[in-house]
Design a protein around this ligand. Structure first.
Ligand code: NAD
Ligand code: TYD
Length: 339
């Protein structure tokens, strides 16, 4: 199989590329990635010399480029997105451009080149805040942040292509993912890298919001299962089923690094903070998939990786990073900027 992996230089996409080339020796992979602040060619260093791998820098919204590439592959797997909720609250425009319009450009290219498979990597955040129970794939979408709304918008376009054109797209909805090579803005890599440097861990509000933290290798094996064994036109949740709050994330990291409790710091809550995501994953498990890494084991591996790979993450905590940090974590009495 020849795959076009868009957004393949990001956190989850690069894991998927490394895993695909390792576990499917007959496959070839072309990565298309814009290399935004979150994209990093270094994430692909382990496969750069593989003859079955090719990298193209470019935008999924570039119609000519996407049309050219789509004609050369059997499958498109789309990871490309703006992916950070806090950045979407500050400036939503680029999220709509990539996560909605970019998906449209990919769909048009895929439709005209009659692709057998198209897989969209979506998120459990499209279900919105889930007070009780677990979201199943047929639930209505109820996104509440510009990020999750733009991901839901991309999904709705795909739904319409399924209905209108019989387009055989699969959608996966993964839960919060963590592990090696994650840009240090999401909670787990941010807290690990801050703790290594004895900086405070900024916990939003009371730290009680829960997420289903999924190790990146399990997320990628879930996507791989949906791609190869899933039915066209279907959606699949991917998660492990845990409910871990922000305080527990901070406590686990401080314990693993042997750092003091005093590094925990409660800061102004996120606007519209979703308090709980929880998904039912029976449908994907029915295809034979199951996660293999517990939260405790995944956290240990992740902390060890960041300790051993400072040369990877230190350059990412750049001037731009700290400017965003200053704006995002400013004290409560200062006004919130409008994006
Ligand atoms: P990431 O931000 O680490 O990577 C995104 C990648 O997409 C980067 O390499 C970036 O350069 C690239 N990109 C952005 N805009 C582009 C464009 N217009 N054209 C081409 N490339 C572009 O994100 P991630 O955490 O790896 O997430 C990957 C996908 O998985 C996203 O679609 C996200 O919505 C979804 N997802 C993420 C999580 C999570 O917890 N991180 C959970 C569920 C689903
Ligand atoms: P995040 O990693 O941004 O993922 P998402 O918002 O997409 O779920 O946040 C995960 C949880 O951690 C969420 O409840 C918000 C919280 N959080 C903090 O408490 N402090 C932080 O600095 C960040 C980035 C997140």
């Amino acid at each position: 199989m020849k795959l076009l992996v868009t957004g393949g230089a990001g956190f989850i996409g690069s894991e998927f590329v490394r895993m695909t080339l390792r576990t499917h020796p007959e496959d070839e992979v072309v990565v298309l990635d814009k290399l935004t602040y979150a994209g990093n060619r270094a994430n692909l260093a382990p496969v750069e010399s593989d003859a079955r791998f090719r990298f193209v820098q470019g935008d999924i919204a570039d119609r000519d480029l996407v049309n050219d590439l789509a004609g050369t592959v059997d499958v498109i797997v789309n990871f490309a997105a703006e992916s950070h909720v806090d950045r979407s609250l500050e400036s939503p425009g680029q999220f709509i451009q990539t996560d909605v319009h970019g998906v449209y450009v990919l769909l048009e290219a895929a439709r005209s080149s009659r692709h057998a498979r198209f897989l969209q990597v979506s998120t459990d955040e499209v279900y919105g805040d889930v007070t009780t129970g677990r979201s199943v794939e047929t639930d209505l979408l109820s996104p509440r942040s510009p990020y999750s709304a733009s991901k839901a918008g991309g999904e709705l376009l795909i739904w319409s292509y399924r209905t209108s054109y019989g387009f055989p797209a699969i959608i996966t909805r993964g839960s919060n993912t963590y592990g090696q090579y994650q840009f240090p803005e999401k909670i787990i890599p941010l807290f690990i890298t801050n703790a290594i440097d004895d900086r405070p861990l900024p916990i939003y509000g009371n730290g009680q919001a829960v997420r289903d933290y999924l190790f990146v290798e399990d997320h990628c094996s879930g996507i791989d299962t949906a791609l190869r064994k899933g039915s066209p036109g279907e959606n699949y949740n991917v998660g492990i089923g845990t409910e871990i709050n922000g305080i527990t994330v901070a406590d686990t990291i401080l314990r693993l690094l042997g750092k003091p409790d005093a590094l925990k710091e409660h800061v102004r809550d996120r606007l519209g903070h979703d308090q709980r995501y929880a998904i039912d994953t029976a449908k994907l498990r029915g295809l034979g998939w199951e996660p293999s890494v517990t939260f405790e084991e995944g956290m240990k591996r992740t902390v060890d990786w960041y300790v051993a790979n400072e040369e990877w993450w230190r350059p990412l905590k750049s001037r731009d990073f700290w400017e965003f940090y200053e704006r995002n974590y400013r004290p409560q009495d200062e006004p919130v900027s409008k994006g």
